[in-house]
Design a protein around this ligand. Structure first.
Ligand code: IMP
Ligand code: MG
Length: 375
């Protein structure tokens, strides 16, 4: 695969000339339909949209004029949220006209919002937006983009006018930022198996994102998020939090394109949750690489937790409740193992020994996994 380097980053091919050309033609046809017998004033947003504008106009078969508007919002590979007008348009070129803005890409929509509010002041007869690319996962504005060439996931792309710190605009195809290899694992085992302790060490050693559902709930409840408020209603009544809520919280985290992988702790707890998780990850081009099962016999667990109860004073650490929790685990959670066994992703790790020893066992398994490249 041919790679290109722009400044400090490496990019790999992503969308070829053919697909771009198709998207451009599609947008041109849609605008022709919209224009009817009126003359369109295209407003090309510089710099990024200059290549798309050129191709779009070549495919546009009705009468139209073009103006240029220059804004700036991006620095590096993330949107700054500050949009500046660098080259303005004379209002009389727009007033009373059917205006179609040509954008290269819409990410958060901050730039778009600014464009719409500024151009509306110039009183066009109508204002529509055409964008070659749209990132629906990050776009957070009400305005529905009128003409979209294609939707793409939340990835950073260059080429065909789009830049990374001013480089890459001249590449005729779309390239995407190459991500490091990543790994997504589920840390699994009975309560008291040491999952949390091990996950923390793995997180630090491998730079992974740690997702513990217990922490997620606490975080959301503390910050009174929409999901947190819903979760609290269930928790307050002593009920289990429904899967949709948990999945909603997880979704927010796994969509981070900068993560090098995820460690799940305390999720999935049921086969149904495992299925939902797979589906969610699939939508993001991700996959669970392994279920790491920390094997600790029940007698040991009971001993460990009873010991912990003596020092921590946790009221739930008496033998009876521990046995109850273990039963729950065996009945409802343990079948999750089979779910991953069927996918050849099950790894049993001896969970008895000292912390570093066990961690080394986990690392050995992870290092031998065939990792996915996320790009
Ligand atoms: P927004 O304001 O977050 O919607 O960002 C829109 C502007 O950010 C675009 O006009 C581009 O200049 C830039 N941008 C957004 N995503 C990308 C990308 O993936 N590659 C290059 N530039 C981008
Ligand atoms: Mg740019």
């Amino acid at each position: 695969m041919k790679e290109i380097k722009l400044h400090d980053k490496v990019f790999v091919p992503y969308i070829g000339k053919e697909r771009i050309a198709q998207a451009v033609k599609k947008v041109a046809r849609e605008i022709e339909t919209y224009a009817q017998d009126d003359q369109i004033v295209f407003v090309s947003i510089l710099k990024g949209a200059f290549v798309f504008s050129s191709d779009l106009l070549k495919h546009y078969r009705k009468n139209a004029s073009i103006e240029f508007y220059r804004l700036k919002s991006y620095e590096g590979t993330s949107s700054t949220g500050n949009v500046e007008i660098i080259v303005d348009i004379d209002a009389k070129l727009i007033t009373g006209k059917k205006v179609v803005v040509i954008e290269d890409i819409i990410d958060t929509g901050n730039t778009l919002e600014k464009i719409i509010s500024e151009l509306k002041k110039k009183k066009p007869a109508d204002l529509k937006i055409a964008s070659l690319f749209l990132k629906p996962e990050v776009y957070n504005k009400e305005y529905e983009v009128d003409f979209v060439g294609m939707e793409i996931p939340n990835k950073f792309i260059v080429g065909y006018g789009l830049d990374y710190n001013e480089l890459g605009r001249n590449i005729p195809e779309i390239y995407v930022l190459k991500q490091r290899k990543m790994v997504d694992v589920v840390l699994f085992g009975p309560p008291g198996a040491g999952k949390g302790t091990q996950a923390q060490i793995l997180k630090d050693k491998l730079g992974l994102t740690y997702i513990a559902t217990g922490d997620l709930f606490r975080h959301h409840i503390k910050n009174q998020t929409k999901l947190g408020k819903k979760a609290k209603e269930y928790i307050d009544k002593g009920n289990l939090v429904p899967d949709e809520i948990t999945i909603g919280m997880i979704e927010e985290i796994v969509k981070d394109p900068n993560s090098h992988g995820f460690i799940f702790d305390g999720f999935p707890r049921t086969v149904k949750q495992a299925e939902v998780l797979d589906k969610l990850l699939k939508d993001k081009d991700l996959i669970i690489d392994a279920l790491l099962f920390l094997d600790v016999p029940d007698e040991r667990i009971i001993k460990r937790l009873v010991e912990r109860g003596k020092t921590s004073g946790r009221s739930d650490d008496n033998e009876e409740t521990i046995k109850h929790r273990l039963n729950q685990y065996h009945n409802f959670t343990e079948p999750v193992k089979d779910y991953y066994k069927k996918q050849n992703k099950f790894y049993k790790i001896d969970g008895v020994g000292d912390i570093d020893e066990i961690n080394q066992r986990l690392l050995d398994v992870i290092k031998n996994l065939k990792l996915q490249v996320r790009d």
